[in-house]
Design a protein around this ligand. Structure first.
Ligand code: NDP
Ligand code: GDR
Length: 361
Protein backbone atom coordinates (compact mmCIF):
# COMPACT_ATOMS: atom_id res chain seq x y z
CA UNK A 1 0.00 0.00 0.00
CA UNK A 2 1.26 3.46 -0.89
CA UNK A 3 2.31 5.40 2.19
CA UNK A 4 1.03 8.77 3.34
CA UNK A 5 3.44 11.46 4.51
CA UNK A 6 2.80 14.76 6.24
CA UNK A 7 5.44 17.47 5.77
CA UNK A 8 5.37 20.59 7.92
CA UNK A 9 7.43 23.35 6.31
CA UNK A 10 6.69 22.01 2.82
CA UNK A 11 7.11 25.49 1.31
CA UNK A 12 10.72 25.73 2.50
CA UNK A 13 13.94 24.55 0.84
CA UNK A 14 13.97 21.05 2.35
CA UNK A 15 10.19 20.64 2.14
CA UNK A 16 10.32 21.15 -1.62
CA UNK A 17 13.10 18.60 -2.20
CA UNK A 18 11.53 16.11 0.21
CA UNK A 19 8.05 16.39 -1.35
CA UNK A 20 9.60 15.71 -4.75
CA UNK A 21 11.49 12.68 -3.39
CA UNK A 22 8.46 11.16 -1.65
CA UNK A 23 6.19 11.69 -4.67
CA UNK A 24 8.79 9.94 -6.84
CA UNK A 25 8.56 6.98 -4.43
CA UNK A 26 4.77 6.77 -4.81
CA UNK A 27 3.78 8.44 -1.51
CA UNK A 28 0.71 10.57 -1.08
CA UNK A 29 2.14 13.78 0.33
CA UNK A 30 0.24 16.21 2.55
CA UNK A 31 2.01 19.49 3.13
CA UNK A 32 1.32 22.28 5.58
CA UNK A 33 1.62 25.86 4.38
CA UNK A 34 1.07 29.12 6.22
CA UNK A 35 -1.48 31.67 5.25
CA UNK A 36 0.36 34.69 3.86
CA UNK A 37 -0.69 37.84 2.05
CA UNK A 38 1.53 36.91 -0.89
CA UNK A 39 1.60 33.41 -2.38
CA UNK A 40 4.42 31.46 -0.69
CA UNK A 41 4.45 28.23 -2.72
CA UNK A 42 7.03 29.15 -5.40
CA UNK A 43 9.29 26.21 -4.49
CA UNK A 44 6.52 23.61 -4.86
CA UNK A 45 4.32 25.08 -7.58
CA UNK A 46 5.61 22.48 -10.06
CA UNK A 47 4.19 19.73 -7.82
CA UNK A 48 0.75 21.30 -7.43
CA UNK A 49 -2.28 19.27 -8.49
CA UNK A 50 -5.72 20.72 -9.04
CA UNK A 51 -7.96 19.85 -6.06
CA UNK A 52 -10.64 18.42 -8.38
CA UNK A 53 -8.27 15.64 -9.52
CA UNK A 54 -9.71 12.27 -8.47
CA UNK A 55 -6.81 10.90 -6.45
CA UNK A 56 -4.48 13.78 -5.78
CA UNK A 57 -1.03 12.73 -4.56
CA UNK A 58 0.04 16.16 -3.34
CA UNK A 59 -2.33 18.04 -1.03
CA UNK A 60 -1.73 21.31 0.78
CA UNK A 61 -3.37 22.39 4.03
CA UNK A 62 -3.22 25.66 5.91
CA UNK A 63 -1.55 25.39 9.27
CA UNK A 64 0.84 26.84 11.79
CA UNK A 65 3.22 25.31 14.32
CA UNK A 66 1.91 27.66 16.99
CA UNK A 67 -1.71 26.43 16.65
CA UNK A 68 -2.33 23.16 18.53
CA UNK A 69 -5.95 22.75 17.50
CA UNK A 70 -5.06 23.13 13.86
CA UNK A 71 -2.22 20.60 14.09
CA UNK A 72 -4.36 18.03 15.89
CA UNK A 73 -7.14 18.42 13.33
CA UNK A 74 -4.66 17.92 10.48
CA UNK A 75 -3.15 14.82 12.10
CA UNK A 76 -6.63 13.40 12.72
CA UNK A 77 -7.65 13.92 9.08
CA UNK A 78 -4.40 12.77 7.46
CA UNK A 79 -3.42 9.96 9.87
CA UNK A 80 0.04 9.88 8.28
CA UNK A 81 2.44 6.93 8.18
CA UNK A 82 5.35 9.36 8.32
CA UNK A 83 5.66 12.92 9.62
CA UNK A 84 8.58 15.10 8.60
CA UNK A 85 8.61 18.06 10.99
CA UNK A 86 10.56 20.63 9.00
CA UNK A 87 8.60 23.80 9.84
CA UNK A 88 10.60 26.29 11.86
CA UNK A 89 11.72 29.88 12.17
CA UNK A 90 15.06 28.75 10.76
CA UNK A 91 17.18 31.91 10.65
CA UNK A 92 19.76 32.00 13.45
CA UNK A 93 20.34 35.76 13.41
CA UNK A 94 16.61 36.52 13.20
CA UNK A 95 16.03 34.35 16.28
CA UNK A 96 17.86 36.98 18.37
CA UNK A 97 15.10 39.42 17.34
CA UNK A 98 12.27 36.89 17.71
CA UNK A 99 13.28 34.69 20.66
CA UNK A 100 9.81 33.98 22.06
CA UNK A 101 8.21 33.24 18.72
CA UNK A 102 11.15 30.99 17.83
CA UNK A 103 10.74 29.03 21.08
CA UNK A 104 7.03 28.66 20.38
CA UNK A 105 7.27 27.56 16.74
CA UNK A 106 10.51 25.54 16.87
CA UNK A 107 10.39 24.18 20.42
CA UNK A 108 6.74 23.88 21.47
CA UNK A 109 5.71 23.27 17.85
CA UNK A 110 7.58 19.97 17.96
CA UNK A 111 5.87 19.05 21.23
CA UNK A 112 2.48 19.78 19.62
CA UNK A 113 3.19 17.28 16.85
CA UNK A 114 4.43 14.57 19.24
CA UNK A 115 1.54 15.09 21.65
CA UNK A 116 -0.94 15.11 18.77
CA UNK A 117 0.33 11.71 17.62
CA UNK A 118 0.06 10.38 21.17
CA UNK A 119 -3.43 11.78 21.88
CA UNK A 120 -4.82 10.48 18.59
CA UNK A 121 -3.53 6.96 19.27
CA UNK A 122 -1.20 7.03 16.27
CA UNK A 123 1.90 5.92 18.18
CA UNK A 124 2.11 2.51 16.50
CA UNK A 125 1.22 3.81 13.04
CA UNK A 126 3.15 7.03 12.63
CA UNK A 127 6.90 7.53 12.37
CA UNK A 128 8.34 10.99 13.03
CA UNK A 129 11.37 12.81 11.68
CA UNK A 130 12.48 15.87 13.67
CA UNK A 131 14.62 18.49 11.89
CA UNK A 132 17.41 18.88 14.41
CA UNK A 133 20.53 20.85 13.65
CA UNK A 134 24.29 21.18 13.99
CA UNK A 135 23.55 24.54 15.70
CA UNK A 136 22.98 22.39 18.82
CA UNK A 137 26.77 21.98 19.08
CA UNK A 138 27.26 25.77 19.20
CA UNK A 139 30.38 26.58 21.16
CA UNK A 140 33.11 24.34 19.80
CA UNK A 141 34.01 21.58 22.26
CA UNK A 142 35.31 18.93 19.90
CA UNK A 143 35.61 18.30 16.18
CA UNK A 144 34.46 16.53 14.20
CA UNK A 145 31.05 16.67 15.87
CA UNK A 146 29.24 13.35 16.22
CA UNK A 147 26.10 12.00 17.91
CA UNK A 148 28.03 11.84 21.21
CA UNK A 149 29.41 15.42 21.15
CA UNK A 150 27.86 17.52 23.95
CA UNK A 151 25.48 20.32 22.97
CA UNK A 152 26.02 24.01 23.82
CA UNK A 153 23.46 26.16 21.98
CA UNK A 154 24.51 29.72 21.10
CA UNK A 155 21.23 31.33 19.92
CA UNK A 156 17.53 31.40 20.77
CA UNK A 157 17.07 29.25 17.65
CA UNK A 158 19.52 26.62 18.88
CA UNK A 159 18.02 26.67 22.39
CA UNK A 160 14.53 26.09 20.96
CA UNK A 161 15.86 23.26 18.77
CA UNK A 162 17.56 21.77 21.84
CA UNK A 163 14.17 21.43 23.51
CA UNK A 164 12.75 19.92 20.31
CA UNK A 165 15.63 17.42 20.16
CA UNK A 166 15.17 16.22 23.73
CA UNK A 167 11.38 16.12 23.71
CA UNK A 168 11.63 13.91 20.61
CA UNK A 169 14.04 11.59 22.45
CA UNK A 170 11.76 11.63 25.48
CA UNK A 171 8.61 10.68 23.52
CA UNK A 172 10.56 7.87 21.89
CA UNK A 173 11.70 6.52 25.26
CA UNK A 174 8.47 7.19 27.20
CA UNK A 175 5.90 6.01 24.66
CA UNK A 176 7.90 3.82 22.28
CA UNK A 177 7.40 6.19 19.37
CA UNK A 178 9.38 5.71 16.18
CA UNK A 179 10.75 9.26 16.40
CA UNK A 180 14.19 10.20 15.05
CA UNK A 181 16.36 13.30 15.11
CA UNK A 182 18.37 14.17 12.04
CA UNK A 183 21.24 16.38 13.25
CA UNK A 184 21.73 18.02 9.89
CA UNK A 185 24.67 20.28 9.16
CA UNK A 186 24.17 23.25 6.82
CA UNK A 187 22.74 22.26 3.47
CA UNK A 188 22.13 24.56 0.58
CA UNK A 189 20.81 24.60 -2.99
CA UNK A 190 19.43 26.98 -5.59
CA UNK A 191 16.23 26.91 -3.47
CA UNK A 192 18.01 28.19 -0.34
CA UNK A 193 16.40 31.27 1.26
CA UNK A 194 18.04 34.49 0.03
CA UNK A 195 19.18 35.66 3.49
CA UNK A 196 21.31 32.60 4.34
CA UNK A 197 24.95 33.30 3.60
CA UNK A 198 25.53 30.96 0.64
CA UNK A 199 22.53 32.12 -1.37
CA UNK A 200 23.15 35.74 -0.40
CA UNK A 201 26.65 35.32 -1.87
CA UNK A 202 25.66 33.52 -5.09
CA UNK A 203 22.87 36.03 -5.80
CA UNK A 204 25.11 39.03 -5.13
CA UNK A 205 28.03 37.64 -7.16
CA UNK A 206 25.67 37.03 -10.08
CA UNK A 207 24.36 40.59 -9.87
CA UNK A 208 27.86 42.07 -9.52
CA UNK A 209 29.09 40.07 -12.52
CA UNK A 210 26.21 41.38 -14.62
CA UNK A 211 26.56 44.99 -13.47
CA UNK A 212 23.39 45.03 -11.34
CA UNK A 213 25.07 45.51 -7.94
CA UNK A 214 28.42 46.98 -6.94
CA UNK A 215 29.19 45.49 -3.55
CA UNK A 216 28.38 42.55 -1.27
CA UNK A 217 28.21 43.29 2.47
CA UNK A 218 28.75 40.33 4.78
CA UNK A 219 29.29 39.66 8.51
CA UNK A 220 31.78 37.17 9.97
CA UNK A 221 33.95 35.86 7.12
CA UNK A 222 35.93 33.58 9.45
CA UNK A 223 33.22 31.18 10.51
CA UNK A 224 33.43 27.69 9.10
CA UNK A 225 30.57 25.53 7.97
CA UNK A 226 30.19 21.94 6.76
CA UNK A 227 28.06 22.64 3.67
CA UNK A 228 26.20 19.93 1.76
CA UNK A 229 23.43 19.85 -0.85
CA UNK A 230 19.79 19.74 0.31
CA UNK A 231 18.94 17.09 -2.29
CA UNK A 232 21.35 14.65 -0.59
CA UNK A 233 20.09 15.53 2.90
CA UNK A 234 16.38 14.88 2.32
CA UNK A 235 17.33 11.37 1.20
CA UNK A 236 18.84 10.84 4.67
CA UNK A 237 15.60 12.02 6.34
CA UNK A 238 13.65 9.40 4.43
CA UNK A 239 16.19 6.66 5.18
CA UNK A 240 15.89 7.32 8.94
CA UNK A 241 12.17 6.57 8.85
CA UNK A 242 12.70 3.33 6.88
CA UNK A 243 14.81 1.76 9.67
CA UNK A 244 13.29 -0.83 12.03
CA UNK A 245 14.54 1.21 15.00
CA UNK A 246 14.38 4.98 15.47
CA UNK A 247 17.60 6.87 16.24
CA UNK A 248 19.55 10.12 16.04
CA UNK A 249 21.95 10.68 13.16
CA UNK A 250 24.51 13.30 12.15
CA UNK A 251 24.19 14.18 8.47
CA UNK A 252 27.21 16.07 7.13
CA UNK A 253 29.91 15.95 4.47
CA UNK A 254 32.91 15.82 6.83
CA UNK A 255 34.51 18.85 5.14
CA UNK A 256 34.46 22.37 6.57
CA UNK A 257 35.03 25.65 4.71
CA UNK A 258 35.35 29.32 5.70
CA UNK A 259 32.67 31.78 4.58
CA UNK A 260 35.52 33.76 2.93
CA UNK A 261 36.41 30.75 0.78
CA UNK A 262 32.80 30.30 -0.30
CA UNK A 263 32.93 33.90 -1.57
CA UNK A 264 36.09 33.14 -3.58
CA UNK A 265 34.56 29.97 -5.05
CA UNK A 266 31.41 31.81 -6.12
CA UNK A 267 33.35 34.61 -7.84
CA UNK A 268 35.68 32.06 -9.46
CA UNK A 269 32.65 30.23 -10.82
CA UNK A 270 31.68 33.48 -12.58
CA UNK A 271 35.22 33.84 -13.97
CA UNK A 272 36.29 36.54 -11.49
CA UNK A 273 39.29 36.29 -9.15
CA UNK A 274 39.02 38.18 -5.87
CA UNK A 275 41.76 39.00 -3.35
CA UNK A 276 41.00 39.74 0.34
CA UNK A 277 42.93 42.35 2.34
CA UNK A 278 42.62 43.67 5.89
CA UNK A 279 41.20 42.09 9.03
CA UNK A 280 37.92 42.02 10.94
CA UNK A 281 35.63 44.91 10.15
CA UNK A 282 38.32 46.38 7.86
CA UNK A 283 38.48 43.33 5.61
CA UNK A 284 37.63 43.90 1.94
CA UNK A 285 37.66 41.89 -1.27
CA UNK A 286 39.03 43.38 -4.52
CA UNK A 287 38.74 42.17 -8.12
CA UNK A 288 42.11 40.76 -9.14
CA UNK A 289 41.24 39.46 -12.58
CA UNK A 290 38.12 39.07 -14.67
CA UNK A 291 38.28 36.27 -17.17
CA UNK A 292 34.71 36.45 -18.46
CA UNK A 293 34.41 38.51 -21.66
CA UNK A 294 30.79 39.58 -20.91
CA UNK A 295 31.52 41.06 -17.48
CA UNK A 296 32.97 44.59 -17.44
CA UNK A 297 34.57 44.56 -14.00
CA UNK A 298 37.36 46.97 -13.27
CA UNK A 299 40.48 45.35 -11.82
CA UNK A 300 41.04 46.61 -8.27
CA UNK A 301 37.40 47.53 -7.62
CA UNK A 302 36.09 46.72 -4.14
CA UNK A 303 33.36 44.07 -4.36
CA UNK A 304 33.16 42.67 -0.80
CA UNK A 305 33.04 44.52 2.53
CA UNK A 306 32.29 43.59 6.13
CA UNK A 307 29.28 45.16 7.86
CA UNK A 308 28.93 44.73 11.64
CA UNK A 309 25.18 44.56 11.40
CA UNK A 310 25.51 40.95 10.25
CA UNK A 311 27.57 39.94 13.31
CA UNK A 312 25.66 37.80 15.82
CA UNK A 313 25.69 38.43 19.58
CA UNK A 314 27.06 34.89 20.00
CA UNK A 315 28.54 33.05 17.03
CA UNK A 316 29.09 29.41 16.15
CA UNK A 317 32.67 29.46 14.86
CA UNK A 318 33.25 26.00 13.50
CA UNK A 319 31.01 23.18 12.36
CA UNK A 320 32.44 19.95 11.02
CA UNK A 321 30.33 16.81 11.15
CA UNK A 322 31.22 13.16 11.44
CA UNK A 323 28.59 11.26 9.42
CA UNK A 324 30.01 7.76 10.03
CA UNK A 325 26.92 6.47 11.85
CA UNK A 326 24.67 7.46 8.93
CA UNK A 327 27.09 5.86 6.49
CA UNK A 328 27.27 2.60 8.47
CA UNK A 329 23.62 2.20 9.48
CA UNK A 330 21.68 4.05 6.76
CA UNK A 331 24.08 3.46 3.88
CA UNK A 332 23.94 7.22 3.29
CA UNK A 333 26.68 9.33 1.80
CA UNK A 334 26.55 12.66 -0.03
CA UNK A 335 26.71 12.69 -3.83
CA UNK A 336 27.54 16.42 -4.14
CA UNK A 337 30.73 18.13 -3.01
CA UNK A 338 31.14 21.87 -2.36
CA UNK A 339 32.36 22.61 -5.91
CA UNK A 340 29.25 20.95 -7.39
CA UNK A 341 27.06 22.91 -4.98
CA UNK A 342 28.60 26.30 -5.76
CA UNK A 343 28.45 25.56 -9.49
CA UNK A 344 24.75 24.66 -9.39
CA UNK A 345 23.84 27.67 -7.23
CA UNK A 346 25.84 30.09 -9.39
CA UNK A 347 24.42 28.72 -12.65
CA UNK A 348 20.92 29.07 -11.30
CA UNK A 349 21.39 32.63 -10.00
CA UNK A 350 23.22 33.83 -13.12
CA UNK A 351 20.38 32.41 -15.20
CA UNK A 352 17.81 34.20 -13.07
CA UNK A 353 19.58 37.58 -13.34
CA UNK A 354 20.16 37.17 -17.09
CA UNK A 355 16.49 36.27 -17.52
CA UNK A 356 15.40 39.39 -15.65
CA UNK A 357 17.64 41.52 -17.86
CA UNK A 358 16.25 39.90 -21.02
CA UNK A 359 19.72 38.53 -21.89
CA UNK A 360 20.26 35.21 -23.65
CA UNK A 361 20.64 32.40 -21.11
P1 NDP B 1 13.32 27.13 5.42
O1 NDP B 1 13.45 28.36 6.22
O2 NDP B 1 13.63 27.15 3.96
O3 NDP B 1 11.82 26.58 5.56
C1 NDP B 1 11.13 26.62 6.78
C2 NDP B 1 9.70 26.20 6.55
O4 NDP B 1 8.98 26.32 7.79
C3 NDP B 1 8.94 27.09 5.56
O5 NDP B 1 8.03 26.28 4.85
C4 NDP B 1 8.20 28.05 6.46
O6 NDP B 1 7.04 28.61 5.89
C5 NDP B 1 7.81 27.09 7.58
N1 NDP B 1 7.44 27.76 8.83
C6 NDP B 1 8.13 28.67 9.54
N2 NDP B 1 7.46 29.01 10.65
C7 NDP B 1 6.31 28.32 10.63
C8 NDP B 1 5.18 28.24 11.48
N3 NDP B 1 5.09 28.97 12.61
N4 NDP B 1 4.18 27.40 11.15
C9 NDP B 1 4.22 26.68 10.03
N5 NDP B 1 5.25 26.70 9.17
C10 NDP B 1 6.28 27.52 9.48
O7 NDP B 1 14.19 26.01 6.15
P2 NDP B 1 14.93 24.72 5.53
O8 NDP B 1 14.06 24.08 4.54
O9 NDP B 1 16.31 25.10 5.19
O10 NDP B 1 15.05 23.81 6.84
C11 NDP B 1 14.03 22.87 7.20
C12 NDP B 1 14.15 22.53 8.66
O11 NDP B 1 15.43 21.98 8.92
C13 NDP B 1 14.01 23.71 9.61
O12 NDP B 1 13.39 23.22 10.78
C14 NDP B 1 15.44 24.10 9.93
O13 NDP B 1 15.50 24.74 11.18
C15 NDP B 1 16.11 22.75 9.92
N6 NDP B 1 17.50 22.71 9.55
C16 NDP B 1 17.93 23.28 8.39
C17 NDP B 1 19.24 23.18 7.99
C18 NDP B 1 19.75 23.79 6.73
O14 NDP B 1 20.98 23.94 6.61
N7 NDP B 1 18.90 24.13 5.77
C19 NDP B 1 20.22 22.42 8.82
C20 NDP B 1 19.64 21.82 10.01
C21 NDP B 1 18.33 21.96 10.34
P3 NDP B 1 7.13 29.91 4.91
O15 NDP B 1 7.60 29.37 3.56
O16 NDP B 1 5.74 30.41 4.93
O17 NDP B 1 8.14 30.82 5.53
P1 GDR C 1 23.58 29.28 9.93
O1 GDR C 1 23.50 29.77 8.41
O2 GDR C 1 23.51 30.38 10.89
O3 GDR C 1 24.78 28.37 10.01
O4 GDR C 1 22.23 28.45 10.07
P2 GDR C 1 23.79 31.19 7.75
O5 GDR C 1 23.95 30.88 6.30
O6 GDR C 1 22.79 32.20 8.15
O7 GDR C 1 25.20 31.61 8.39
C1 GDR C 1 26.38 30.84 8.20
C2 GDR C 1 27.58 31.62 8.72
O8 GDR C 1 27.83 32.72 7.86
C3 GDR C 1 28.08 33.87 8.64
N1 GDR C 1 27.76 35.07 7.87
C4 GDR C 1 26.55 35.45 7.45
N2 GDR C 1 25.34 34.86 7.58
C5 GDR C 1 24.28 35.47 7.00
N3 GDR C 1 23.09 34.89 7.07
N4 GDR C 1 24.38 36.67 6.36
C6 GDR C 1 25.58 37.31 6.22
O9 GDR C 1 25.66 38.37 5.64
C7 GDR C 1 26.72 36.66 6.79
N5 GDR C 1 28.04 36.98 6.82
C8 GDR C 1 28.66 36.01 7.48
C9 GDR C 1 27.19 33.69 9.88
O10 GDR C 1 27.62 34.53 10.93
C10 GDR C 1 27.39 32.20 10.13
O11 GDR C 1 28.55 31.99 10.87
C11 GDR C 1 21.76 27.58 9.03
C12 GDR C 1 20.22 27.58 9.08
O12 GDR C 1 19.74 26.88 7.95
C13 GDR C 1 19.73 26.89 10.35
O13 GDR C 1 18.32 26.74 10.26
C14 GDR C 1 20.39 25.51 10.45
O14 GDR C 1 19.97 24.88 11.63
C15 GDR C 1 21.90 25.65 10.42
O15 GDR C 1 22.28 26.28 9.20
C16 GDR C 1 22.59 24.30 10.47
Amino acid sequence: MAKTAFITGVTGQDGAYLAELLLSKGYTVHGMKRRSSLINTARIDHLYQEPYEQHPKFILHYGDMTDSANLIRLLAVIRPDEIYNLAAMSHVQASFELPEYTANADGLGTLRILEGVRLLGLVNQTRIYQASTSELYGLVRETPQSESTPFYPRSPYAAAKLYAYWITVNYREAYGMHASNGILFNHESPLRGETFVTRKITRAVSKIALGQQTKLYLGNLNSKRDWGHARDYVEAMWLMLQQDQPGDYVIATGVTTEVRRFVLLAFAQAGIDVRFEGEGEEEKGYVEACRHPDYQLEIGSEVVAVDRKYFRPTEVDLLLGDPRKAKDLLGWSPKYDLQDLVKEMMESDLKEVRGRLGMSL
